[in-house]
Design a protein around this ligand. Structure first.
Ligand code: ZN
Length: 263
């Protein structure tokens, strides 16, 4: 009943609100993971963005100003992860906070000695358990580059990971997925990546993935959407598991684009 009501409400919102064609074309054509989608998938992504912008609050921190174009840019990148999962996958939080640049949250946390310590690190993004996603706009802007790094995808991957508790790289899986397979695949890949990093060998993933299994999952998700062929080449089993998790297969589309016969 609740599901039917939500679907009806979404249809009503989509009938009432839409996105400017020119703006949509301009932004979506800059994102490689959108250009790979079929026309019908792009249309679904566009609808998802309308609902996302309606249901989530994207607020600027302090006196920073966000316009519609900036908000839509964030929405497109946030929604690519849930294109085949649905907006309900983001139903445990409402706010995105955007700082102009990297930010220092000055959070207190308990260190390994049981003492309270203040975090003085500067962050490009953060995702809080059942709380907001925080982004640095200067880092969101560089996310347009097709280089496998994307802070928006990274933080929203953490959000999906947090649906079953703290981010740990082991999100709740779909019924047709195998938890043991996931655990084995990600544990082996994580250990291999850390080993490659120590030996200075390339892995296709940013070194930050070695921070923890949670970061490995978020960084692997960035590469999955931005440069899927790199993940297939280095960690094909991780690619296959993420493909089942996100219900998408961007590498097959990448190949289709590359092998499209000349007209
Ligand atoms: Zn992270």
């Amino acid at each position: 009943m609740l599901k039917a009501f939500r679907a009806w409400r979404h249809r009503r919102l989509l009938a009432k609100y839409s996105l400017d064609d020119g703006l949509w074309q301009r932004l979506s054509s800059r994102l490689v993971f959108v250009t790979r989608l079929s026309e019908s998938e792009q249309a679904r992504l566009r609808e998802l963005c309308v609902l996302f912008l309606h249901e989530k609050q994207i607020n600027a921190a302090g006196d920073f100003v966000l316009d519609h174009e900036m908000k839509l840019g964030i929405a497109i990148q946030a929604c690519i992860l849930i294109l085949n999962l649905g907006l309900d996958s983001y139903d445990d939080w409402v706010e995105v906070i955007v700082y102009p640049d990297e930010f220092i949250p000055r959070q207190e946390y308990m260190n390994e000695h049981g003492l309270m310590q203040t975090d003085h690190h500067a962050y490009a993004g953060q995702a809080w358990l059942r709380g907001p996603v925080i982004l640095s706009w200067s880092n969101v802007e560089t996310a347009w580059r097709h280089d496998g790094a994307n802070v928006v995808i990274h933080e929203f991957a953490h959000k999906l990971d947090m649906r079953n508790g703290d981010a740990d790289g082991f999100p709740s899986l779909h019924a047709d997925m195998n938890r043991e397979r996931w655990t084995q695949t990600f544990t082996q890949a994580y250990e291999d990546l850390c080993w490659r990093l120590r030996r200075g060998e390339p892995s296709g993933l940013d070194d930050y993935a070695c921070e923890s299994p949670a970061e490995f999952f978020a960084v692997a998700s960035e590469v999955f959407f931005e440069c899927p062929e790199l993940l297939v080449e280095n960690y094909p089993e991780v690619y296959s598991q993420l493909s089942m998790f996100y219900r998408q297969d961007p590498a097959s589309k990448e190949l289709a684009v590359q092998w499209e016969p000349a007209q």
